[in-house]
Each structure stands twice: as structure tokens, then as C-alpha cells.
Design a protein around this ligand. Structure first.
Ligand code: PGA
Length: 238
């Protein structure tokens, strides 16, 4: 795993956005898997500015949402699809039909998972990931098989608690559907992103500890093209 540590959050945001622009220039048809949550917020805003300035275009790219919660209203601002729409898609030029998301309201979730796997098809060129405090990647909680594809998940207690930060009510989700580790490990390139002091411990564990299923992010140690990109606070212990 390659470690890129930046002196400040500003430097981290602008470096990640600049690398992302490079990848889009090199491959306009980039197939990208994206997380929601707090980690990518400023990076998404920066990409919106890049598109507005004409420095980047998503016109030929394809975006896949990493996961989504179940049991929330369709317009709930905490749904991952709505976070992605609000924080990124509203500010870039990606055609709607090139955005794939996980509709957890679908009547048949097994079919939904199969359909999402089929849409993912040959896989992702680039995957951006936040890191859960328990080491999860998306909804791949500790113990998830590295061979998992898109699947339904019962969320761990700390993941349920973390979801409160995205919601305006106390009706927290307990389950969701997410892209599996097989797709994430199979992505041609992966960026593990972390900012802020709260992530320092898990960043240390995933990088310096053994690669094991109890810390899903540590499995990226085996990925041949994975970059762990952190600001000074998240990288304080590595
Ligand atoms: P965060 O969440 O980006 O809001 O910190 C990351 C995660 O829990 O996967």
C-alpha cells in the first residue's frame, strides 16, 4: 500500500482532486465507485469547481454509489444516493444515465444485488473509499468475506451510530446494501481516504497491523495499486 500524507486538510483535498482530474483526463470513460459520508465532502466540492472551471469533465465517465442504507424515506438527506446527488452530482456534468445507485426500496433485494453486480460488470477503474472507525469499507463490516459481491448487510453498532451524523432524525438505519469486497479489491486502483484525528488509530491499524478480515481496510495491503491518502491528523500515528 502506498502512503501519501499531506501537511494539512487543504493540501489533502487539493491533491486528491488533482489526481482525480488526471485520471479523468487519461481515461474519460473512467468507471468510478464513490462513497458518501463526510470524508469526501470537500473533495467533491473541489471536483465541482474543477468542472465549472472547465478543468475536468465527467461526461463520459460512469459513477457507481458504494452503498446505501435501508429503511429511510426516498428523500431522506442521509440516504447515500441523496448525499452523492447533493454533494457531487449537482455540481458536475455526469449524465444521469451514467450514475448507478442502490435502490434499497426494491421489492427483491437479491435481484437488486444481482442487477448491481451485472452493472458493475468488468469492474471499476478507480474506487474512492472512506474508512470506518471499525475498519469497515462501505458496508463491508469486520468479518466480511473478501469474495463478497453486492450484498445486504446488518450494520454494526458503531456504523449505526455513525449514520446519525448524516441524519436529521433519530430513526437510525440498521441495515443496508453495499458493493462487496471482491469488487473493491478488484478495482484497478483504490484510494483509501482519511482526514481528521478520529481516524488516526484505524489508519495505523490498517497500515501497520496484519491484513485480516476483522479489519476490512487492512485487506487493501494486498492490493497492487492502492493509495492511502491522509491529512496530517489522520496520519499522525503512521
Ligand atoms: P465518514 O464515514 O466518511 O463519514 O467518516 C466513513 C465510514 O464510516 O465508512
Amino acid at each position: 500500500m502506498n502512503l501519501l500524507r499531506f501537511d494539512s486538510e487543504e493540501a489533502w483535498v487539493s491533491a486528491v482532486a488533482s489526481l482525480w482530474r488526471d485520471r479523468l483526463r487519461a481515461n474519460p470513460h473512467l468507471r468510478i465507485c464513490l462513497p458518501s459520508g463526510n470524508t469526501p465532502k470537500r473533495i467533491f466540492a473541489e471536483m465541482g469547481r474543477a468542472v465549472a472551471a472547465g478543468w475536468a469533465t465527467f461526461q463520459h465517465a460512469e459513477v457507481f454509489a458504494l452503498d446505501d442504507y435501508g429503511g429511510l424515506a426516498p428523500d431522506d438527506q442521509g440516504r447515500c444516493v441523496n448525499m452523492l446527488r447533493r454533494l457531487l452530482l449537482a455540481h458536475i456534468d455526469l449524465p444521469q444515465y451514467r450514475f448507478h445507485f442502490i435502490d434499497t426500496d426494491a421489492p427483491d433485494l437479491d435481484q437488486l444485488c444481482r442487477d448491481y453486480d451485472a452493472a458493475i460488470g468488468a469492474g471499476f477503474d478507480l474506487t474512492l473509499l472512506g474508512i470506518g472507525l471499525n475498519g469497515h469499507l462501505g458496508l463491508n463490516e469486520p468479518g466480511t468475506s473478501p469474495d463478497s459481491t453486492t450484498h445486504r448487510v446488518r450494520m454494526h453498532e458503531s456504523t449505526i451510530k455513525a449514520s446519525a451524523g448524516y441524519l436529521t432524525h433519530a430513526n437510525l438505519p440498521t441495515w443496508g446494501v453495499g458493493v462487496g469486497l471482491k469488487h473493491l479489491l478488484g478495482s484497478k486502483e483504490v484510494w483509501l481516504l482519511a482526514n481528521g484525528a478520529a481516524k488516526a488509530d484505524i489508519v495505523q491499524r490498517l497500515l501497520k497491523g496484519p491484513a485480516e478480515v476483522s479489519v476490512p481496510a487492512s485487506l487493501m495491503q494486498r492490493h497492487p495499486n492502492c493509495f492511502l491518502m491522509v491529512d496530517a491528523a489522520a496520519g499522525a500515528l503512521v
